[in-house]
Write a protein that binds this ligand. Structure first.
Ligand code: TXA
Ligand code: MG
Length: 322
């Protein structure tokens, strides 16, 4: 059910859930100070309560409602990348609800750059907890149609068009090490790369000794329903395709750049540059899922930092292969 921003604000203030566009993927939003509203997010997604939520805020200054100490390193990263696809995990204030943090001592914060998300945050005055608006372990939505297909027609959704980034935000944790030094570590790759974070942080990442739980990161995430096989080269992919077609398998091919039509295959050609590829990846996988093919063959992208988050999501998507 498509709704306008004014109705979304009223619903959110009443403690209801609304699917909203962000620049990364669509999120299923609720008031981050309302436990019952947040429980509806978990119920709608069928997501276990052990998985914490990202709180979306209107600006860097709103971070002080959620953390006591927005460390200078967090400030530098926020100034460089907010509003935008970077989530910062920091020690939470005492009053942040346990349903948001999944009882961990930290909270995840992000200022999204999608104008509708920013309008909602500014006009409602709320912090909005929003996981991706898909059922637990399924593909993230990058168009409002994906939300409706995944969560059902009764879900109120604001249509903000296709998401500009197309992959979930980069997650960086900022923490004080045993020696009191402030460190950072990468918890989830995204289109803001490790190198870009490091250039602003002016220090290399250090893995926390006591591992941080990121329950939403297990291998089943981000997977399409159809099995996906990664192919190291185009030649390899084409010969694999020929073998499978000979066995009467229904196959689809996801190429990087244009490719000649192949008899008996659905072909989905994705852009050659990482930004364009990321924008279209989930939409391509959603579409190929609908074709009900036996297997998707995907060309592996180049081995370069700009493709790193795409490698990560393709590897997860391929995990379901028996
Ligand atoms: O781009 C995005 O980040 C999107 C849009 C809607 O903002 N949101 C998103 O949310 O991807 P979700 O819930 O699907 O993924 C958030 C990830 C999960 O893996 C969760 O475990 C982790 O962030 N996370 C949340 N709070 C955390 C915390 N305090 N410490 C460590 N990981 C946390
Ligand atoms: Mg998700």
């Amino acid at each position: 059910m498509h709704i306008k921003i004014e109705e979304a604000i009223q619903r959110l203030q009443r403690g209801e859930v609304v699917a909203i566009p962000t620049e990364t993927v669509y999120g299923l939003a609720a008031d981050a100070r309302n436990t019952e509203a947040l429980q509806q997010v978990f119920d709608t997604k069928q997501r276990p309560n052990t998985n914490p939520l990202i709180v979306h805020i209107a600006s860097q200054s709103a971070a002080h409602s959620w953390v006591d100490d927005f460390l200078p390193l967090a400030q530098s990263l926020a100034e460089a990348f907010w509003p935008g696809p970077l989530t910062l995990v920091l020690k939470a204030k005492q009053d942040v609800l346990p349903i948001v943090t999944a009882n961990q001592p930290t909270v995840a914060l992000r200022v999204p750059s999608h104008p509708i998300a920013l309008d909602l945050l500014t006009q409602s005055g709320l912090g909005l907890a929003a996981p991706s608006a898909n059922r637990y372990t399924q593909l993230s939505p990058t168009r409002s149609e994906h939300v409706v297909a995944g969560l059902g027609v009764h879900i109120p959704v604001i249509d903000g068009g296709p998401c500009r980034v197309g992959l979930e935000s980069t997650i960086v944790e900022i923490y004080e090490g045993a020696d009191g030094e402030v460190q950072w570590q990468l918890l989830r790759e995204g289109m803001i790369t490790r190198d870009e974070v490091q250039a602003v942080a002016q220090q290399a990442p250090v893995t926390k000794q006591q591992a941080t739980l990121t329950p939403g990161q297990h291998h089943l995430h981000y997977a399409p329903q159809t099995a996906l096989m990664l192919c190291e080269s185009r030649e390899g992919m084409l010969s694999q395709a020929a073998d499978l077609v000979a066995q009467s398998k229904k196959i689809a091919i996801m190429s990087i750049g244009e490719i000649e039509p192949i008899k008996g295959c659905h072909v989905q050609a994705l852009p050659c540059k990482p930004v364009g590829y990321a924008q279209q990846l989930y939409d391509a996988l959603h579409q190929l899922d609908h074709k009900r093919v036996d297997i998707i063959l995907a060309e592996v992208p180049p081995n370069a930092m700009a493709w790193s988050a795409i490698h990560d999501r393709l590897a997860r998507a391929a995990h379901s292969l028996p």
